[in-house]
Design a protein around this ligand. Structure first.
Ligand code: SF4
Length: 852
């Protein structure tokens, strides 16, 4: 039992054993250390007293209308939660949601037992029409079931506890059985394996999409436990998920059952499958082995055991301790059990699942999406499909050879589907072949229905084709066939950076593009790019204009959805009436929470600088930004800021092209050498492979020169939306000053952006609203990029930095409102002259006392 050591009636906070914090709830929120007040506010709707704030200076924006994570989960809300980097967002998400899960299960148990308690004599209930002996019998049966379930749960908890103890005493690896020397199934591949499965479309409902994909979880659950409510945590990358698991390992919720999921590429342990270089062939081969296992004499995977006890033991090992993907794979190897399917089996009885997709149902579960600031872009890009003429030509050639080879062995319906596919491919090829001189070398945009009509393919039922492709696995079979039979020169010729790798079936993008044609006409457009110079560069693109419906099933199925991020501003894209992500939700189901930064206001200086040292206006609009005088004025301003800033300066430009223009001019004059005399200059490389080298050299230069006189630190010229504007940490001396040159509006001449703006305008005018919303949307795209870039600085509670926004337009109220809340709350300075701006920045760095 934990002991309450301290209690403060006025704040409602109690302290237990020095580490945990208890709120005025009936059970504690367990935290690995004393949480900061903003973390408390994130997890709960605790109103903090001034007395408490006095001890921990902070910026805090919590009001009664803002809901916390705990309350939002209880009410089944869609929550948009913003907590700046360095404020312990992951721990707050974890402790807040796990505490809620713990309470949820406890309440559920109490309610279920309450139903089994006999009523007081004379008190009626919903089953009052039934004779009392029937009610009594039903109660007894329900009680017995509950007791049986509780007993199974208790036994399982005991088994897991024993495993935990064994791991503690003997070490994790020793508790696992050593692997036998399995080599999988090495038998020769038979060309027969590429023969596509026969497919019966009538009755079509014989199977859902992906029926041919093995679904091992359909088998009896080894633990025979009922499905528990889960928290599904999603993030962008494998390393972010590993980081999250590490944070989870720090919490007091060590007995929560969690599973991390990865692809077959990461989790397969069968050498004969792993050695296949192509992901699609790995998937294919694995599924063949699993299907083969059910046939007499068929090949099988030795790691996909039917032994329920073995599977249950693997699940127990996964659930006993919170593990990352690498540990799950190691467990599988040592127990001769497939970690890929084993982890999916374990999902059924887990409470927290880390991975975004395969094999998980969101129905009734909690979905947490971290790094959600790019959610709309991510949905749009996942559902926007590109298809170029080389992919079409290769699909065409492969499908023709396949048909030639297997024609006599394929049945009527399969042949009909393949022929229809060839017809569709020919039509798409036609779309990229201009017929008239006016159409030559042009890009144009069509509505989906018009495009289908133009190609004369509107008589083909694309939904049936979709079901056929999903159920037959034709794309994978075709790829396997092509790899065996295609001239390696042909495949090599078509493999380059713009084209898909040769191991991915070209039929896949064709399939994805055809599926996009089945989307509602209003939601997307077809962009046709015809290149006269290089016909192989011509391409078709399905452009998704409205991501709302693509995300709808998740929102409607999940019990609650949390969109969390360090900088979610501007959030209008998610919430605005005309381009919001949740137009179908009542507004009271959506809640927003913004918490401040942990740094005191004195550790941050944000200044808008409207002109340079020679009073030339900083107006970096597209029309004016190439003016030589303006570029020189910018160089003079940056050189001045370098003189008064310690450590590193990161300076963001709107694009690589503009950075090149500016850099080349400075190089020709004396400006670059002037900047270089104070800080060594680095420039963001265009090639990804050089990014790490540049960053390492930049950091090393700062480390080596920051304490010198004269030449101190370094400056890095980077690009908004480039390789260094997201996911890179410029903490401490790596980013004492962040300069933003102009407002990085995206290219308004881009046909795709024009179409998107037209769509927003059309939606607004349909509802009789002002078309100015399109401008608002356009500004948001720009400010989202600004906010991600300037958020690179200030990464922990003792960090400090200055942010300089170079452009008079930053002074407009509308633009200022779109900066992150923690920057607005700390104050935005507009000194009204370059001299004053320099003086303020200089004073800030001279007077800084970190953390005060
Ligand atoms: S069952 Fe597992 S180990 Fe076997 S081939 Fe498939 S993914 Fe690999």
């Amino acid at each position: 039992m934990t002991k309450i050591e301290e209690e403060d009636d006025r704040t409602g906070i109690e302290r237990i054993s020095g580490k945990s914090v208890v709120l005025t709830e009936d059970s504690p929120f367990l935290f690995p250390f004393d949480p900061w007040p903003i973390q408390l506010a994130f997890m709960t709707r605790l109103q903090l007293s001034l007395k408490m704030l006095k001890h921990r200076p902070l910026i805090l924006t919590v009001s009664a209308s803002l809901f916390s994570l705990y309350e939002g989960l209880s009410l089944g809300k869609v929550m948009i939660m913003e907590s700046p980097t360095g404020t312990g967002k992951s721990l707050s998400l974890l402790c807040g949601s796990l505490k809620w899960l713990h309470d949820f299960h406890r309440k559920l148990e109490v309610e279920e037992y309450a139903k089994c308690v006999p009523n007081e004599p004379g008190v009626s209930n919903s089953g009052a029409d039934e004779p009392s002996w029937v009610l009594e019998h039903e109660r007894k049966v329900a009680l017995r079931e509950l007791e049986y379930a509780a007993e199974r749960k208790r036994k399982r908890a005991q088994r897991l506890e024993e495993l935990r103890q064994a791991e503690k005493e003997n070490g994790w690896r020793q508790t696992l059985k050593r692997p036998k020397n399995h080599h999988g199934n090495d038998e020769e591949e038979d060309p027969q394996e590429f023969l596509v499965n026969e497919y019966e479309s009538e009755p079509e409902a014989s199977g859902k999409r992906g029926d041919l994909v093995d679904n091992p979880t359909d088998s009896d659950d080894p633990q025979d436990e009922r499905d528990e409510l889960k928290i599904i945590y999603c993030s962008r990358t494998h390393s972010q998920i590993s980081q999250f698991i590490k944070e989870m390992q720090k919490t007091a919720y060590q007995t929560v059952k969690s599973v991390s999921l990865g692809s077959r590429q990461t989790m397969c342990i069968n050498d004969s499958v792993k050695q296949l270089k192509s992901v699609s062939r790995m998937n294919d081969k694995c599924l063949d082995l699993i299907k083969g296992a059910s046939k007499e004499g068929g090949s099988y995977c030795p790691y996909r055991s039917k032994d329920q006890q073995k599977r249950a033991l693997f699940t127990d090992h996964i659930h006993a301790v919170i593990r990352d993907i690498e540990e799950i794979v190691e467990t599988g190897k040592r127990q001769d059990t497939c970690p890929y399917f084993g982890s999916r089996d374990a999902v059924r009885t887990s409470q927290k699942t880390a991975r975004e997709s395969v094999g998980i149902t969101v129905k009734g579960n909690i979905v947490i999406i971290d790094e959600a600031h790019n959610l709309i872009d991510a949905i749009t890009s996942v559902h926007s499909v590109s298809l170029d003429s080389r992919q079409l030509n290769r699909s065409d050639a492969q499908l023709q050879s396949y048909l030639q080879k297997y024609k006599s062995r394929l049945k009527g319906k399969t042949l009909a589907y393949i022929r229809q596919l060839l017809l569709l491919i020919k039509a798409l090829q036609r779309a990229l072949r201009p017929l008239t001189s006016e159409e030559r070398a042009q890009s144009y945009i069509r509505r989906t229905n018009d495009f289908v009509h133009d190609l004369d393919i509107d008589h083909i039922n694309l939904f049936k084709i979709e079901r056929y492709l999903a159920n037959s696995g034709l794309a994978q079979k075709l790829q396997g066939f092509a790899e065996r039979t295609e001239d390696p020169k042909v495949a090599a010729d078509t493999e380059d950076t713009d084209f898909m790798p040769k191991h991915v079936s070209p039929l896949k993008p064709v399939e994805a593009f055809l599926m996009s044609l089945t989307n509602p006409d209003l939601e997307g457009r077809i962009v046709v790019n015809i290149s006269e110079a290089d016909s192989s560069a011509s391409n078709l693109k399905y452009l998704l204009l409205n991501p709302a419906n693509c995300f709808r099933s998740i929102v409607e199925d999940a019990r609650a959805v949390v969109l969390a991020g360090g900088t979610m501003e501007p959030v209008q894209d998610l919430l605005h009436e005309f381009f919001q992500l949740f137009p179908y939700l009542p507004t009271d189901r959506i809640s927003r929470f913004t918490c401040g930064h942990i740094i005191p206001p004195t550790s941050l200086l944000t200044t808008i600088v409207a002109n340079g040292p020679n009073q030339i206006d900083f107006d970096f609009t597209f029309e004016k930004r190439n003016d030589g005088k303006l570029i020189d004025e910018l160089g003079g301003a940056i050189a001045n800021f370098c003189n008064v800033t310690p450590g590193g300066v990161v300076c963001f430009f709107a694009s690589y092209d503009y950075l090149d223009v500016v850099y080349n001019r400075w190089q020709m004059g004396r400006i670059l050498s002037r900047i270089n005399s104070k800080k060594q200059v680095f420039k963001e490389p265009k090639q990804s492979v050089l990014v790490d080298t540049t960053l390492t050299a930049y950091a090393q230069c700062i480390r080596n020169t920051s304490n010198l006189q004269g030449h101190t630190g370094a400056i890095l010229f980077a690009v908004v939306g480039g390789k260094m504007s997201e996911g890179i940490n410029f903490s401490d001396d790596l980013g004492r000053l962040v300069i933003m040159v102009g407002l990085p509006f995206p290219n308004i001449r881009s046909p795709e952006l024009k179409e998107k703006l037209n769509y927003v305008k059309a939606r607004a005018s349909l509802r009789g609203s002002d078309c100015a919303v399109a401008n608002d949307y356009y500004e948001n795209l720009c400010m989202k990029a600004v906010n991600q870039s300037i958020g690179r600085a200030i990464r922990h509670k003792d960090d400090y930095a200055a942010i300089v926004l170079l452009d008079h337009r930053y002074g407009q109220q509308r633009i200022k409102q779109k900066l992150p809340g923690w920057i607005r709350d700390a104050g935005i300075r507009e000194p009204g002259g370059f001299g004053r701006a320099i003086a303020e920045v200089s004073k800030f760095f001279r007077g800084i006392k970190p953390g005060c």
